[in-house]
Design a protein around this ligand. Sequence first.
Ligand code: ADP
Ligand code: ZN
Length: 721
Amino acid sequence: MIRQARMLLKEKFGYDDFRPLQQEVIESSLARNDTLLIMPTGGGKSLCYQIPAMMRPGLTVVVSPLISLMQDQVNQLTEAGVPAVLLNSSLTPEAYARNVRQVSEGQVKLLYAAPEALFSPRMLPLLDNVKIDCLAVDEAHCISEWGHDFRPEYRQLAEVRKRFSDSVCMALTATATPRVRQDIRKILGFDGNAREFLASFDRKNLFLEVKEKQQPLAQLVNFIEKFPNESGIIYCLTRKQVDEITLVLQRRGYNARSYHAGLSDEVRKTNQELFIRDDVPIMVATVAFGMGIDKPNVRFVVHFDLPRNIEGYYQEIGRAGRDNLDAHCLLLLGYGDIQKIKYFINQKNAAEQRVATLHLNALLGFAETEVCRRKPLLAYFGESYPAESCGMCDNCRSDNRDIIDVTVGAQKFLSCVKRTGEKFGTGHIIDVLRGSQSQKVLKFGHDKLSTYDIGKEYSKEEWFRLARQFLHQELLNQDTEFGGLAVTEKGWEVMRGNLDVQARLDPKGPTPASADLDSTEYDRDLFELLRRERKKLADAADIPPYVIFPDKTLMEMAARFPQSEGQLMGIHGVGTMKLRKYGQAFLDLVTAYCREHGIEANIAAIDLDLVSSSGRVPRYRVIGNAYNDGKSIADLMAEYSIKQQTVLDHLYKFWGEGNALRTGGLEPLIAELAAEQVDAAITAFDTHGTDYLSPVFEALGKTLDYEALKLIRLFYLSSRS
Ligand code: ADP
Ligand code: ZN
């Protein structure tokens, strides 16, 4: 089974290996277990139901809340040669009728629909008459009131599930707390056999950086200068801010557009489309932008203002680097912004204040940490980051030269907290330390304390910065309701002189060595040519460029210079269908470029016959069937003028697709080997399995070569199935 899944991965999507958990999830679903998958954005959830859908006889219904997202997926599948359609109200009556016909005639493997559409009078009779093998629920967290994006229409899925009780269900989401996960399982009626897979939330290719906001516009421009021609998103808090920044960037000659709820649907749609299609690289937006954006080549995300909370931040940076190439996430941390948010929080009722304060503190804990940023970020999602340093955040890359010893300052601060009775907030403590004559200080008689006026060595701003770091280092606790500080056990150790304290007094300087994130070596000129060709093809087909090939594919072409179809097929992201549709255009370009510059291909060719193409019966099937009809290995070698090894490879492939092989045909070849060696190899296959040959090769002390092992493996498999 999984062999076939792997073949489809290469043939339809052009990928050689599964990403973490994909194989497990596919296996679970094919074994007919209801399956819940929680995987961060960009992790590759879609393949997990798309590949099983291609392998099943009937239909897979995919429920998704966003039309744009569905359309995008249908486009991508169609491009890859997988029959998929969308049914929703945005279609013309003709298109709707055509799609319905295709579904009812069993011509499509995947049907995408919004949850409410499944109950429309047009849809129900249709679905009752086709065999539905799987119900895939995307963005499954929308089912739960406890999630951050509850959609009442998702509740109806309970009903849908009952209707299709024979089908297996797969639920997928990028965010789900334990509570939400429980809701998903319950509402979708998952039983005791259901499996759950939780992927790591660590997005290794995102470079995380936080900088103190000082001259934000200059900081922004300096930053985006490092990404010529690359796509990126700049998030702002308000619409006004969005418009201003767009204008500033446009005046400076940047190709940027805005996106926020204040613009008309028309304008928003156009701007989004321009961005997706690589016509406009920079999008300045409020958080309204991004849901349902599948664009894989977003190279940077800037938070010009403080995000609402960690979950929001994580989702927004998650739009960067979905192609798994490095991307840079910059957050500008303005202390004025924090005060503004605190002000808004204070307007809320007590319960809301508590939640909002918790969120803010968690976010600041991330933004102001001195350790690897992945630690607080992943801790928020209940994951602990094992390594000391990730090498992909500003803290891990900085040389820490501006971290200094502040033990004495910490002792002063902590004892002032103690002496004022552990109920005052940071501002008041600083007032006391700096000898303020404020009313509050005098009213409580805090000017009489021994800690009064002993902290002039730091400015008010510096004390604030230190106090926040003391909090993050857990020398202090803060009351979430009133902001009162209290000294922790660890803080006591500092006061007793048993523990030193390090902190950063100055705002951070520039991060070293983060601009050249892309370490991939490829020919930039050729890449540009390929990119232009891709854009031309995409515009002609009216689809986004990445639907043709992701950047990574073009980079690989520009690094390995494939000059034949077989070589091109070896490139990441090139599948059979894409090869047929676009292969020649790119090959022509690469070949001409290589001729001009005297460059040779740097990639092995793949035997195209070994990869089936949808237009004709693949060679391995022809050979497999002929063999089963009684042809001998020698016959086949002669008929197709191929080596024995190639015949065996074809048969192995044929078997891997789930076909049985007749017995008797391999015996003459087996008989040429020493019987005891064959027996030993078979025992070794029993022990080590047949997926890999090297363990068997080692187990036999390297006495049999791989050709012989392949033969014995095929003999072993065909005599056992
Ligand atoms: P999600 O739905 O989890 O956000 P997608 O399914 O959209 O993620 O996948 C994100 C990107 O990763 C897509 O461009 C997809 O083609 C790519 N991708 C998925 N699986 C693989 C894989 N096994 N190898 C390489 N790329 C993959
Ligand atoms: Zn780090």
